[in-house]
Design a protein around this ligand. Structure first.
Ligand SMILES: [Zn+2]
Ligand SMILES: [Zn+2]
Length: 216
């Protein structure tokens, strides 16, 4: 198994469609050659995370990975919003109406090299641990980088104006359970699909914000 993964740079998520140039330029600006990207890990199959995966994979040769429960989203290039609820409140309502909906739901599909298992450790980039965190969508995963003390949280929640639920969720109660599940792992920092990173005490801050007595 390890030879399957060994070597090369790892990219997490691929933004909206038609963003490949921007992403690869961003990689270049960090001092890396985009052609060294061998693995593209998707936190989930929504269009704002998988939209440019096909093009990035084509241009770099990177293999693409996603959780099996999101194959329904990635395999036909249409990550629709069936079964989604918008989080209560005026801001989520506005974000859904003016940002998410106009972005559409279609993107070019791509082959998946391998699906993730909960708890598996990927033998590259200092042994990334995959944590299945369903709720935002069924196949959502977060990535723990133990040697950096960093969680790549994806859309388990957002941190745009403080920590709050993602704008849309398939199952908000399950999303909260997933947040509390990841928060049991040790990490100081967390980065999110939407919003600012947490630079210190990230797992504690998630716990404090999402403990069941505080949020509905
Ligand atoms: Zn999402
Ligand atoms: Zn997102």
């Amino acid at each position: 198994m390890s030879s399957f993964f060994r070597g090369g740079q790892v990219l997490v998520d691929a933004a909206w469609p038609n963003k490949a140039d921007e992403i690869l330029e961003g990689v270049r600006q960090t001092g890396h050659d985009p052609l060294d990207i061998k693995h593209l890990l998707l936190t989930h199959g929504h269009v704002d995370h998988a939209g440019s995966a096909a093009e990035i994979s084509r241009r770099t040769g990177a293999k693409v990975y996603v959780h099996a429960a999101d194959l329904a989203l990635t395999s036909n290039g249409e990550a629709g919003y069936d079964g989604i609820t918008v989080t209560p409140g005026i801001i989520p309502k506005l974000v859904f109406r003016f940002v998410i909906k106009p972005g559409g739901t279609k993107y070019e599909s791509f082959p998946i090299a391998k699906t993730f298992e909960d708890g598996e450790v990927l033998p590259f980039a200092n042994d990334i641990k995959v944590i299945h965190t369903p709720g935002h969508c069924a196949g959502h995963v977060s990535f723990l980088l133990p040697q950096d003390g960093t969680l790549i949280a994806g859309d388990i929640c957002s941190n745009v104006m403080g920590l709050s639920y993602a704008t849309i969720n398939e199952d908000r109660a399950l999303a909260r359970a997933s947040i509390l599940k990841v928060a049991d792992f040790p990490f100081e920092q967390a980065v999110f699909g939407h919003g600012n990173p947490l630079k210190k005490r990230a797992n504690q801050l998630l716990k404090e914000r999402f403990i069941p007595t505080k949020l509905k």
